[in-house]
Design a protein around this ligand. Structure first.
Ligand code: PMP
Length: 305
């Protein structure tokens, strides 16, 4: 596996140094290995129209990483600016034009107690890799696994442990032949897809689960809301009942890895009438925005060189 992994990148940043992935060691006795104590980000860099490379919403991703750790009372042992620069350096040093970037905060010691004390060592690494070709559209099914609620675990933290739930949701959907699963929240309202947010369109209005629906407030979600509103489309954030999914005109998902993808089928039912003008247009516009084709959203990009 590691050989395969090496093809994708030569350098990762670990605690202040650029190292070869083979030399970036983590102990099997680390707290993170035993209890899943860690936080990560998924960020993307794109080749822009002028032949440069730019990272999408870098500062917001760095803020979210620090906020994730904060919700667990963990201090990231580097300034935000250092992590921000590390992310840029990893893209540049690996000579990537398009890539997925993975900063990760983890705890390398303290396996023998669940509580995290001031004496344990918090580490940061930043890795990146090229993504394969993505699907054009998605099919979804409602998962039998619910999303956790904030009274159980902070849902605004992009914490490693939360992804055990995402993994079950995705696996179950794949077994049914779908791209991904939609998790309901603990009250049975629509929450989110395993690693993406969900929107639906009904009579020209966009709806997406609100912050109390156990969602991660995705940066692609926030970008989509801005782009829709800038086009004059009303966006309503509210509780969404499961059956609203089945009579929506359009459904789409948003996420860093997914980007914006039209959903054509939910629980074996075709979405709407098979025509998805708003979602298709938004997905296309998003591809232009991340490549720097839209002047209006250039402030979402951080150029690497
Ligand atoms: N929800 C979950 C659980 C996720 O893992 C992600 C991916 N980070 C998202 C939503 C979408 O967030 P973003 O648009 O910031 O990638």
């Amino acid at each position: 596996m590691i050989d395969n992994f090496e093809k994708f990148h030569d350098y990762i940043w670990q605690n202040g140094e650029m190292v070869n992935p083979r030399d970036a060691k983590v102990s099997v006795m680390s707290h993170t290995m035993h209890y899943g104590s860690g936080f990560f980000e998924g960020i993307r860099a794109y080749q822009t129209v002028d032949g440069k490379t730019a990272i999408f919403r870098l500062d917001e991703h760095v803020d979210r990483l620090f906020n994730s750790a904060r919700l667990y009372y963990i201090d990231v042992p580097f300034e935000k600016e250092v992590i921000r620069q590390a992310i840029i350096d990893v893209v540049r040093e690996n000579k990537f034009t398009n890539c997925y970037i993975r900063p990760l905060v983890y705890v390398s010691e303290g396996f023998n107690t669940i509580s995290i004390t001031d004496s344990v060592k918090v580490n940061v690494m930043v890795s990146a890799w090229q993504l394969g070709k993505a699907v054009e559209t998605v099919t979804l099914s409602v998962s039998s696994y619910r999303r956790m609620m904030s009274s159980q675990t902070p849902m605004q933290a992009k914490a490693i442990g939360n992804y055990m739930n995402s993994m079950l949701i995705r696996n179950e959907a794949k077994e049914k032949g779908d791209t991904d699963g939609i998790a309901l929240d603990m009250d049975g309202y629509v929450s989110e897809v395993s690693t993406a947010n969900i929107f639906l369109i009904k009579d020209g209005v966009a709806y997406t689960p609100d912050m109390s629906s156990s969602i991660l407030n995705g940066l692609t979600r926030q970008s989509a809301i801005t782009m829709l509103e800038d086009k004059g489309i009303k966006v309503v954030e509210r509780k969404i009942a499961r059956d609203e999914l089945y009579y929506a005109d359009e459904v789409f998902i948003t996420g860093t890895a997914s980007e914006i993808k039209v959903c054509t089928r939910i629980d074996r039912l075709e979405v709407g009438n098979g025509n998805y003008p708003i979602a298709t247009n938004l997905a296309k516009q998003f591809k232009d925005v991340v490549c720097g084709k839209e002047e209006k959203y250039l402030n979402w990009l951080t150029y690497v060189d």
